[in-house]
Write a protein that binds this ligand. Structure first.
Ligand code: ACM
Length: 528
């Protein structure tokens, strides 16, 4: 199927011998509740390059979209391209969106050009039945360590959507910047969104020990901007899951409101690493968190919301008499304060009809709140423990799901946070751990990659670190677990031509991908 470079690989694909040519006179029709939105998405994706505006057609339209109105949640679709026309049907609107992305991949790569192109808009005759393996196919972007301009967030949504990644996890705050404007606490962005300057070089590099760039950095999003982004993403089957990461990673919030902290005034942090300054957990601080979450939930309708919870040192709590008294009053040890906080906040989110997600540290220090989902990042251990205990999990072990690691060992690679994590490593990842009992496998909702941005100040650098590893992770998340690099390689080449058309700054391949040695399906990581 060389000319049918569909990525991620569909569940079933049958190639026919014929083809179909679309031209300016080709018409489009839709039926069912999701059809109007699907038709307008199709137009917006095809028209800029092709000039195919898809005039409304009836039963004999060249492209017919059918929402069967049977299942709002189903992502399944059937796409038939025949010499006399295209039929795309789905049990509900999400499948139509997925099928439209596949339809676009059947056209020449020039269809991805943002401006008009002269091409024969030919599609191969093909029949595709497709649905995803996992419901959580995600991407986390850190917009705190470096702020992402709004237009980049739109571009990022487009890239996720074209790979059928459906969760955009937006990491909205950290020690180095608060990015979500609230009405109730204006200083969160007036103060918390701006830092005086930024650490130069790698945190661990002694040559740069106390070097800063002398340049203020910051930015934030208004709620109206985020609402528009949420709607844009939703039309593309991408749900934005907001993260407010507390009670650690809180220095920007404390800089804005010193009464939230334990030690008096602080500035928005200028360097990287695990920060000792955490929230105090007095009643007023917990109320602050709930108030912030009420505004966040009002902007983001996502069923899942992420309360963070990673890397929260207890040193300040242990050395602060007020926090020792607080722990005693709550009847928990100081080491159990974070768990108490997680349960308190989870109850607030659950009462609002949302499902809390937390980094795997939320497993520690007490009971996991009912209804919580665990994001396993310190390897697979947390995910295995949570799924074994009957909780849902999202698997994103730092290796191979952290895309702030190096893509190759070449000395020419730009500065990255740490170890080697290649395209092949990502492609070889299996999100259901071998150590998990088979009857618990259903608790693995899926997988995601993360883009932490300590060392990625520019959008172009984010693109470079995301791509093409994102293409591999998309396939891990969508397609059947039997994977072969040799089979992936030509489809990836096709995808790279599309990324070229979009002007995305992906890391070029070093050469042909090695075909896999021995056997078929890849269950574990690739050997070098
Ligand atoms: C994390 O990487 N601290 C979740």
């Amino acid at each position: 199927m060389d000319d049918v470079a569909v990525l991620p690989r569909p569940a079933r694909l049958r190639r026919g011998g014929g083809q179909l040519v679309l031209d300016a006179t080709s018409t489009v029709s839709g039926s069912g509740p999701g059809a109007d939105a699907a038709v307008s998405l199709l137009r917006s994706l095809l028209a800029p390059a092709t000039g195919l505006w898809g005039a409304p057609g009836g039963e004999g339209a060249a492209i017919r979209l059918l929402d069967e109105d049977r299942d709002l949640r189903s992502e399944r679709y059937v796409l038939r391209v025949r010499p006399d026309g295209i039929e795309l049907s789905s049990p509900g609107p999400l499948g139509l969106v997925n099928g439209i992305q596949t339809l676009r991949q059947l056209l020449p790569p020039a269809v991805y050009s943002p401006g008009p192109r002269r091409e024969a808009w030919v599609l191969p005759e093909v029949e595709i039945e497709d649905e995803p393996r996992f419901s959580w196919r995600g991407a986390m972007l850190d917009v705190s360590r470096h702020f992402a301009p709004l237009d980049f967030l739109y571009r990022f949504v487009d890239v996720l959507a074209m790979h059928k990644l459906n969760v955009f996890h937006l990491h909205l705050n950290d020690d180095q910047g608060w990015r979500f404007a609230t009405h109730r606490y204006p200083r969160l962005v007036e103060v918390g969104a701006w830092r005086a300057e930024t650490k130069v070089g790698h945190q661990r590099d002694k040559a740069f020990a106390d070097r800063y760039d002398g340049t203020p950095h910051g930015g934030y999003y208004e709620q109206s901007q985020l609402r528009a982004l949420v709607a844009y993403a939703a039309a593309r089957n991408v749900t934005i899951v907001p993260e407010i990461d507390l009670p650690g990673h809180a220095q920007a919030a404390i800089a804005a409101y010193p009464e939230l902290g334990n030690v008096g005034p602080l500035e928005v942090w200028r360097r990287w690493g695990v920060n000792p300054h955490v929230l105090n957990l007095e009643a007023a601080t917990v109320q602050f968190c709930k108030d912030v979450w009420d505004e966040v939930m009002d902007v983001f309708p996502s069923p899942y919301v992420h309360l963070g919870g990673d890397e929260c040192p207890t040193s300040e709590w242990r050395s602060t008499p007020a926090m020792q008294r607080r722990a005693t009053a709550l009847g928990v040890p100081v080491e159990g304060l974070q768990n108490w906080f997680t349960r308190e906040l989870s109850a607030h989110l659950l009462a609002a009809g949302r499902l809390p997600v937390g980094w795997d540290e939320i497993l520690e220090g007490g009971e996991l709140p009912k209804g919580a989902t665990v994001m396993s990042w310190r390897g697979e251990k947390g995910g295995i423990a949570a799924a074994s205990a009957g909780f849902d999990v999202v698997m994103c072990p730092d290796y191979p799901c952290y895309f702030d690691h190096y893509q190759s060992s070449s000395p020419d690679e730009p500065l990255a946070i740490g170890r080697l994590n290649t395209l092949e490593d990502v492609y070889g990842y299996e999100p259901v751990p071998a150590a998990l009992a088979p009857e618990r496998a259903g608790h693995v909702l899926g997988t995601q990659f993360t883009l932490w941005r300590e060392y990625l100040p520019e959008s172009r650098q984010v693109e470079y670190m995301a791509l093409p590893r994102l293409c591999a992770l998309a396939e891990v998340a969508w397609s059947a677990p039997e994977r072969e690099l040799g089979e992936f390689a030509p489809r990836l080449s096709g995808q790279l031509r599309r990324l070229d058309e979009l002007g995305l700054n992906y890391r070029p391949l070093d050469g042909p991908l090695p075909s896999q040695r021995g056997g078929t399906g890849v269950r574990r990581r690739f050997d070098p």
